[in-house]
Design a protein around this ligand. Structure first.
Ligand SMILES: [Fe+2]
Ligand SMILES: [Fe+2]
Ligand SMILES: [Fe+2]
Length: 419
C-alpha cells in the first residue's frame, strides 16, 4: 500500500513546521537551494543524494524549534549557536530518515579549520552548508548590497576554499540570489525532491519525528498524539479492521492535530473554557491540516483526519456530518480522540478516573455523538487497552528524556561547553 509518496512526506513536514515558525523553514529552503546549486555540477553525487542533502539543509535549523520557542528574533544563529545544532543533530539521529547525515546538522556552524580535520564522510557537505546558510543570512539581511566575495576574508579559516569556489561558480551559472529573490527556486527544489525515496518505516519514522517537533511546543500535545495513536491501534485489532484501514488510521492518528501548530499556545493550553472567538481559532486546526494533507496523502487518510471532530448527531465540526455520512474507521479516531481528552493530564486538571470516563462515553454514545459499537468495544477491553497505552507512553517519554540528557553529553564530547 502506498498511501503517501516520499516527496509528500517532505512537503507535509515542511508545511506543518512552517506553521510553527515560517522564518526557520524559509531560511532552510533558500539554504537548500544554494547548497544544491553548489553541488549539482560536481558529478560526484546521484540525484537522490542531492535530494537528501537538500532536505537536510531545509531542516538544518530544526533544533531551533526546541531552543528558540517564543523568541521573536532569530538569535539562535548569532549568539550561542550550539544548542540548536545539538538538538537538530539528536533529532535527526533519533527520528529522521538518513541518520548518517545527522552530524551535518551538528557542525553546520563549525569553522572549516576544525571541520577539515574531522573524520566524517560528509565533511565537504558540512563545509558547503556552512557557506550556503551564511550566504542566505547575509543576502537576506543586505539584499543587493550583499557581496559574496567578502567571504574570501575568512577563506581557509571559517570557510572552505572549495565551498567558496562552488558558491561563486553557482552564482555565475545559476544566478542563485536572483532566483531566491523571486521564489523561482522553489520549483527547482520541488523537482529535486521527487528523487527522495523512503521506505514505509522511514515514512512513519519521519512523521513520528514531526510529532516530536510539534511536541517541543507542548509536551501535552505530544503525549496526546501517542495516547490517541495507541488507542486507535488497539481498537483496530478489537474491531478486526482491514490492513489498509489500520494503516490509514495509524497515519491519521499521528497527524490529526498537527494543525494545532498554527493555533497560539495560550489558546491550546488555556486552563478555562474558551471564548467564542478563541473557539473559532482552535477549530481552524482541522481546515489548516486538511489544506496541508489533501492531494498528498491518500483520501482515506485525509478523510479520517478531516472528520475527527464530527459527531454522529450532526453537532460536530467543520461540516456537521451525520452518522450515515461517516465510515467506521473515521468513527474510531473520534472515539479514540475523545478518550484521549478524558484520560490525559493537563497543567490545570487531573485525568478522569475510569468510572467517570465510562459514564461519559456511555452518554456520548447514547446521544448518538459517538459510535456505540466502538465505545462498547473499548469499554469491554478498558484495562487491557489502557495498560498498553501507559506502557507506550512511558517508552515515548523515556526516549524524549534521553534526547534531552544526550544534549549535555554531546555538548561535552564536542568540547562545546559554555557555547
Ligand atoms: Fe541556519
Ligand atoms: Fe543554524
Ligand atoms: Fe483536533
Amino acid at each position: 500500500m502506498n498511501l503517501v509518496h516520499s516527496k509528500d512526506i517532505y512537503n507535509i513536514m515542511r508545511d506543518v513546521l512552517k506553521c510553527l515558525d515560517p522564518r526557520i523553514i524559509n531560511h532552510g529552503q533558500r539554504t537548500a537551494y544554494i547548497l544544491y546549486s553548489m553541488l549539482r555540477d560536481q558529478n560526484r553525487y546521484e540525484m537522490y543524494e542531492l535530494a537528501e542533502f537538500a532536505m537536510t539543509a531545509v531542516f538544518h535549523d530544526i533544533g531551533a524549534f526546541e531552543t528558540n520557542m517564543g523568541d521573536e528574533t532569530l538569535n539562535y544563529e548569532a549568539k550561542d549557536c550550539m544548542p540548536h545544532s545539538i538538538y537538530g543533530y539528536l533529532f535527526m539521529l533519533y527520528l529522521m530518515p538518513f541518520k548518517d547525515k545527522a552530524k551535518i546538522l551538528l557542525h553546520h556552524h563549525t569553522d572549516f579549520s576544525i571541520v577539515s580535520k574531522m573524520d566524517y564522510e560528509y565533511r565537504d557537505i558540512v563545509a558547503c552548508l556552512n557557506v550556503a546558510e551564511k550566504a542566505d543570512i547575509y543576502y537576506n539581511l543586505l539584499g543587493s548590497r550583499f557581496d559574496m566575495y567578502s567571504f574570501k576574508k575568512h577563506e581557509g579559516t571559517r570557510y572552505s576554499p572549495k565551498a567558496l569556489e562552488l558558491l561563486f561558480h553557482a552564482q555565475k551559472k545559476y544566478d542563485i540570489f536572483g532566483r531566491i529573490g523571486t521564489d523561482e527556486y522553489l520549483k527547482e527544489l520541488d523537482e529535486l525532491f521527487s528523487y527522495l525515496i523512503f521506505t514505509n518505516e522511514e515514512k512513519r519514522g519521519a512523521l513520528d519525528g514531526l510529532m516530536y517537533c510539534v511536541g517541543f511546543r507542548s509536551e501535552y500535545t505530544m503525549l496526546d498524539v501517542v495516547t490517541c495513536e495507541n488507542i486507535c491501534s488497539q481498537l483496530a485489532i478489537k474491531l478486526d479492521l482491514s490492513m489498509e484501514d489500520e494503516e490509514a488510521l495509524h497515519y491519521a492518528a499521528i497527524l490529526h492535530d498537527a494543525g494545532m501548530c498554527a493555533v497560539p499556545r495560550d489558546i491550546i493550553e488555556a486552563p478555562r473554557k474558551l471564548t467564542d472567538e478563541e473557539m473559532i481559532v482552535m477549530r481552524k486546526h482541522v481546515e489548516i491540516l486538511d489544506n496541508i494533507l489533501r492531494g498528498r496523502f491518500d483520501d482515506k487518510v485525509v478523510d479520517i483526519v478531516y472528520t475527527h471532530h464530527e459527531r454522529g448527531n450532526g453537532k460536530g465540526y467543520p461540516r456537521g456530518l451525520n452518522d450515515t455520512q461517516m465510515t467506521r474507521v473515521q468513527k474510531v479516531l473520534q472515539v479514540a480522540d475523545t478518550i484521549t481528552g478524558l484520560t490525559s493530564r493537563r497543567s490545570y486538571r487531573e485525568p478522569k478516573e475510569k468510572p467517570q470516563v465510562i459514564e461519559i462515553l456511555k452518554s456520548e454514545s447514547a446521544s448518538g455523538k459517538l459510535s456505540s459499537e466502538i465505545v462498547r468495544k473499548f469499554i469491554n477491553s478498558y484495562d487491557d487497552i489502557m495498560e498498553t497505552v501507559q506502557r507506550e507512553n512511558k517508552r515515548m517519554l523515556s526516549m524524549y528524556e534521553k534526547l534531552k540528557d544526550n544534549y549535555e553529553a554531546v555538548r561535552k564530547q564536542n568540547g562545546l561547553a559554555g557555547g
